[in-house]
Design a protein around this ligand. Structure first.
Ligand code: NAD
Length: 501
């Protein structure tokens, strides 16, 4: 046992894993197609009950209605839809080419489930984050123990939608609690920990899991840059920056947290940002007509206050909004210019509706500034020059780049999502994300014959020299190479007729 946790958490963790392990056994014979059919029922349930889900998420985390519809519902359904179309194909046993050195044999690659995986989530997208991981784990044949954040448990919501399928109910256990429960769950030896959250928690989880060599996947925070070149379409770039920075009240791991604008465009661009920001509607409990809801938790609002205040004290200019007050979670969007790289608002993840702006003069400088962070989740670049867009995308030290868009590489469920550097490792979604919930098993099939292999005992000087000739024939280019390979291969083959006397 690695963690120091109390008895109630231990009991809860054990019960969840016992139930999930039982579910794993019961349903281990289901084919991928049968599992995906259960996920189709879930997709239908989500679509049918989307108003209920949206209401619940809005109530628990305070996001605006359209953010809830697009991120929590559309993003989730889109991923299940992708699984319906691709999971069976990707998880099918694959025939793999067998090289000439293994003539006469066949090679097969199997994608097998890991067992019971533990999914631990943060509070910012409580429905989407939960379902995205759960369905990938289920499609690949696993069972799941899922722990939501204590700050957005949405108690009963995930169970309610899973109730559309007794199979899913049997395979997924939801448990509620804070980090102590998270630690107790890791003590239950999951086959893998799939964690989404902050870097500091990710590092604790990795340390704990390492003691039992449990694999972990970490989807962590970001400080995403957006680079706007002087040739970019201004109104689109302004609208993209505002949405990218303020969607979900900025509480998105891949929010635009650093805006770099080319110096010749900078002043006019910031004026335009400020003008357009004035039209943004901030209001929780809306009916689809607000752009931003409330922030979810007080400690995150306090971080916004700390970052903005420190920036202002260090010479940044408040171009829009105000320093939030501690008595409300409703925070107006904030735009700061004259920001420097030393300011917290430029260095650390703010995770709130704050857009700091800096200028750059050259492409090289923009790339340098954008990469000058320990994070590496996503980035965006706006330019009319497609080649430059691609060049900058390649130079970004991140997991995903949107060109002339923001947060959109993650909009395609066929593309992998996941960070570089301290934004984590491993991928969610796309073929890589799906296979991340599997263990690949290599199978080599040979004939049932009395013959032995040339590389088996006995080792003799004659065999050694024959192997040397064979290696030379294979890897030292020469005339009549194929003939040489065949000849030395044939001579080697003669050893396989001779088990030790
Ligand atoms: P957090 O790290 O505080 O908590 C995340 C989860 O970990 C919660 O469920 C919490 O109870 C649990 N936890 C805490 N301590 C634990 C421990 N010792 N062992 C096991 N579990 C433990 O993060 P948060 O404040 O909920 O979320 C905000 C962070 O999540 C931000 O940094 C954000 O960028 C990041 N995030 C990343 C992604 C992504 O996909 N990369 C998506 C959403 C959010």
């Amino acid at each position: 046992m690695n963690s120091k946790v109390d008895a109630p958490e231990l009991a809860l963790a054990k019960a969840a894993f016992d139930a999930a392990r039982a579910g794993f056994e019961i349903y281990s014979n289901l084919t991928t197609e049968e599992r995906v059919a259960e996920l189709s029922k879930l997709k239908e349930t989500i679509l049918t009950n989307r108003s209920m889900i949206i209401e619940r998420v809005m109530k628990d985390v305070g996001k605006c209605r359209t953010d809830a519809l697009i991120a929590e519902i559309l993003g989730t359904v889109d991923w299940i839809n992708w699984l319906e179309k691709n999971a069976a194909r990707l998880l099918r046993p694959e025939k793999v080419k067998t090289p000439i050195t293994l003539l006469g044999k066949q090679s097969l690659l199997l994608h097998e489930p890991l067992g019971v995986v533990l999914i631990i989530c943060p509070w910012n997208y409580p429905f989407h984050n939960a379902i995205t991981g759960i369905v990938a784990a289920i499609a690949t044949g696993n069972a799941v123990v899922y722990k939501p954040s204590e700050h957005a448990p949405c108690t009963g919501l995930i169970e309610k939608v899973l109730a559309c399928s007794p199979v899913l109910q049997g395979l997924v256990q939801v448990v509620y609690g804070d980090g102590r429960l998270g630690a107790a769950l890791i003590d239950e030896q999951p086959a893998k920990v799939f964690f989404t959250g902050s870097g500091s928690t990710g590092s604790k989880i990795m340390a704990q899991a390492s003691k039992d060599l449990i694999p972990v996947e970490l989807e962590l925070g970001g400080k995403d840059p957006m680079i706007v070149f002087a040739d970019a379409p201004v109104s689109r770039s302004v609208a993209g920056a505002l949405w990218g920075a303020f969607t979900n009240a900025g509480q998105s791991c891949s929010a635009v947290e650093r805006l770099l604008v080319q110096d010749t465009l900078h002043d006019a661009f910031v004026d335009e940002l400020v003008k357009e920001a004035g039209k943004i509607v901030v209001c929780p409990d809306d009916s689809g007509d607000a752009d931003i809801g409330r922030m979810t938790v007080g400690f995150q609002r306090d971080k916004v206050i700390e970052h903005v205040q420190q920036a202002l004290d260090s010479g940044a200019r408040l171009r829009f909004g105000q320093v939030p007050t501690r008595d409300s979670l409703i925070v107006q969007p904030i735009i700061l210019d004259q920001v420097t790289p030393q300011m917290l608002v430029w260095k650390d993840e703010t995770f709130g509706p704050v857009l700091p702006v800096m200028k750059f003069s050259s492409e090289a400088q923009a790339i340098r500034e954008a990469n000058a962070t320990s994070y590496g989740l996503c980035a965006s670049v706006f330019t009319s020059d497609r080649e430059r867009g691609l060049r900058v995308a390649r130079a970004m030290d991140v997991g995903g780049v949107s060109i002339n868009n923001v947060n959109m590489s993650e909009g395609n469920p066929g593309l992998p999502f996941g960070g570089a550097k301290k934004s984590g490792f491993g991928k969610l979604r796309g073929p890589e994300g799906l296979l991340g919930f599997t263990r690949s098993k290599a199978v080599l099939i040979d004939k049932a014959t009395p013959k032995i292999e040339a590389n088996w005992y006995p080792y003799t000087q004659g065999k050694f020299s024959r192997f040397e000739h064979f290696i030379n024939a294979l890897y030292r280019p020469r005339r009549f190479q194929l003939l040489a390979i065949a000849w030395h291969g044939f001579r080697l083959e003669s050893f396989s007729q001779k088990p030790r006397e």
